[in-house]
Design a protein around this ligand. Structure first.
Ligand code: 13P
Length: 250
């Protein structure tokens, strides 16, 4: 009932020329996708160039961030309507890199989620614990608290458009992925939190992605876990061959 979502977060990589070349290579190897969904999230500067290549293709488009106002004097920021206008259907919100390097709070992440939903964008809401938090046995309470704070005032109806991405910070870009069992345990805890907030039906319908050193050689066992409904992929989404292998997980 949950259609898995594989998303490539390109972070601050790829010029316009590099982005369009990668998308062409992805489309050449993609085939048709019947039981899964795949999207790419290029940097803002490449969205307009990539969008026309993706129209009428099975590959979708997302952005990596937004500012939670429709327009205004917010120098350097990008609004939800601008992302919709350029063809985005998804937007990553609250990535740990934004929380860590740009000081984004749970409250600000919540504002961004509400702004995305108000404009018809599906937010991919990132949560995850640090290494010291995990070592202290605090991973689960910290992550479930992030989920509750992010979803403040989000309604059951809106939850059908929300994707959660569990990305343990210590696994991002390190090659040190969570074991499938540890990831599954956290995904189950997140789903239990969703059930408390919204009831069992909504909790069973929300997709929860895993992110953090997802690679061609670990995607299959991650996707075999019952509560892992996709992946948010950084480094391995920057080359067509590795991202295609991840999209085509077995
Ligand atoms: P890596 O796949 O490079 O570890 O990055 C994960 C991530 O942060 C995706 O948003």
């Amino acid at each position: 009932m949950r259609i898995p979502l594989i998303a490539g977060n390109w972070k601050m990589y790829k010029t316009v020329g590099e982005a369009t070349a990668l998308v062409r290579d992805l489309l050449a190897g993609l085939g048709s996708l019947s039981d899964r969904e795949a999207i790419v999230c290029p940097p803002f500067t490449a969205l307009a160039a990539v969008a026309p290549l993706l129209s009428d293709s099975p590959l979708g488009l997302g952005a990596q961030n937004l500012y939670p106002e429709a327009q205004g004097a917010f120098t350097g920021e990008v609004s939800p309507p601008m992302l919709v206008d350029v063809g985005c259907r998804y937007v990553i919100v609250g990535h740990s890199e934004r929380r860590q390097y740009f000081g984004e709070s749970d409250a600000f992440v919540n504002r961004k989620i509400r702004a995305a939903l108000a404009h018809g964008l599906r937010p991919i809401v990132c949560v995850g614990e640090s290494k010291p938090q995990r070592d202290a046995g605090q991973a689960e309470p910290i992550v479930t608290a992030q989920v509750r704070a992010a979803l403040l005032d989000i309604t059951s109806d809106q939850m059908t458009d929300v994707v959660i991405a569990y990305e343990p910070i210590w696994a991002i870009g390190t090659g040190d992925t969570a074991t499938p069992a540890d990831a599954q345990a956290m995904h189950a805890a997140i789903r239990a939190t969703l059930a408390e907030l919204y009831g069992a039906d909504v909790a069973a319908a929300v997709r929860i992605q895993y992110g953090g050193s997802v690679k061609p050689d670990n995607i299959d066992e991650l996707m075999a876990q019952p509560d892992i409904d996709g992946a948010l992929v950084g480094g391995a989404s920057l080359q067509a061959a590795s991202f295609l292998r991840i999209i085509h997980y077995q």
